[in-house]
Design a protein around this ligand. Structure first.
Ligand code: SF4
Ligand code: SF4
Length: 338
């Protein structure tokens, strides 16, 4: 049976708050997108973390907060952040590298944490560990099992690159064995380390043909195996409308140095639209041009930041017309479990 992937339309009136509460991490993944020269090295003090959460709370909007790092479980007060976010009416997710420091499973509870997400980039140590570090597969999968046993909803994020695309299908039996409910397939972005290092001769990024050949097919297979799958749209169909999330939704990517971006592709540059100063969210006055000026530009290639920062991802025909329009990187497709 084949299920249909639905594009998840941007929801006006919904807020997604991607909250980096620190930039420190125990791992050094080859594609890490954290860039301390842009995002600093601060670990937010507990009181600041709680006040900043309050800044983004709006009781009239459905809000989702995703706690990120670095490794967010290295923050000693993460459990307090989760409890505060829940008190503010937000749906709460933590994205962890799997190490679950500070006894997170005991310090919070499945009633407060809607999803505990683990990053895993391969179905076995031979694929995952060269990307994320030696021994990481074992620790991550063991802790996923413990989280499932403790009653948490567990999801997995797999960042697809040339190093692991051919192994994507082998994730399905692993996720089934562990009891994972949601599978997020991501496309690698050229930010942080992946913009500075290469992945060998073939480079990090997969071709449009490879992506379109592999990802929708594996996503279908995972849904048939009872897993809820989400993956980025990446290439718009000819008749599909292009929309920039920066113009139509409320996404905030908050860093511990106070920068607040509306678009994740911009995070390597000081062009954030907003910043937190003296516990207040204000426009970034330091730059004449910020990311929100770029969102307005209407180009044939689709996403303007992709065109500016990752032009190699676009191919053109003999007349100079782009072969594919690139969707907003925040536009997702999902397939519900069959
Ligand atoms: S776990 Fe995340 S923050 Fe840590 S090194 Fe890997 S990608 Fe970077
Ligand atoms: S990824 Fe592109 S389309 Fe999406 S918010 Fe950024 S600039 Fe807009």
């Amino acid at each position: 049976m084949t299920s249909k992937a639905n594009t998840v339309a941007f929801q006006a009136g919904e807020r997604n708050i991607f909250f980096h509460i620190l930039t420190a991490c125990n791992l050094s993944c080859r594609h890490c997108y954290i860039n301390t020269s842009q995002h600093g090295t601060t670990t937010l003090p507990k009181e600041t973390m709680l006040k900043w959460l309050q800044l983004f709370a709006d009781p009239n909007k459905k809000s989702n907060v995703i706690f990120l790092g670095g490794e967010p479980t290295m923050h000693p007060d993460l459990a307090d952040g989760i409890a505060k976010a829940k008190e503010l009416g937000m749906a709460v997710t933590v994205d962890s590298n799997g190490y679950l420091f500070n006894n997170l499973l005991e310090k919070t509870s499945p009633d407060l944490l809607d999803y505990l997400s683990f990053s895993l980039d391969g179905p076995d140590p031979s694929v995952n560990d060269p990307i994320r570090g030696e021994g990481v597969f074992e620790v991550c999968t063991t802790n996923m099992g413990k989280a499932v046993a403790a009653g948490y909803n567990v999801s997995v994020i797999y960042t697809v690159s040339n190093l692991n695309i051919e192994h994507l299908h082998r994730m399905i039996p692993l996720l089934q064995d562990i009891g994972v409910k949601r599978f997020f397939i991501q496309v690698i972005g050229l930010r942080g380390n992946s913009a500075k290092t290469n992945a060998g001769e073939q480079g990090w990024q997969v071709s449009p043909e490879q992506w379109l050949d592999v990802v929708p097919r594996v996503a279908n297979q995972a849904a048939e195996a009872g897993i809820h799958v989400t993956f980025p749209k990446v290439f718009l169909d000819p008749n599909e409308k292009f929309e920039c999330a920066g113009l139509v939704t409320e996404n905030f990517f908050i860093f511990p140095n106070g920068r607040v971006y509306r678009c994740p592709l911009c995070e390597d540059h000081p062009i954030h639209a907003l910043e937190i100063k003296n516990e207040t969210l204000v426009p970034n006055q330091n730059m004449k041009l910020t990311e929100d000026n770029f969102f307005q530009l209407n180009i044939e290639e689709g996403c303007v930041m992709n065109r500016l920062l990752q032009p190699d991802t676009i191919s053109y025909d003999a007349q100079g017309k782009p072969l594919h329009r690139i969707s907003c990187c925040l536009l997702k497709q999902e397939i519900l479990p069959v």
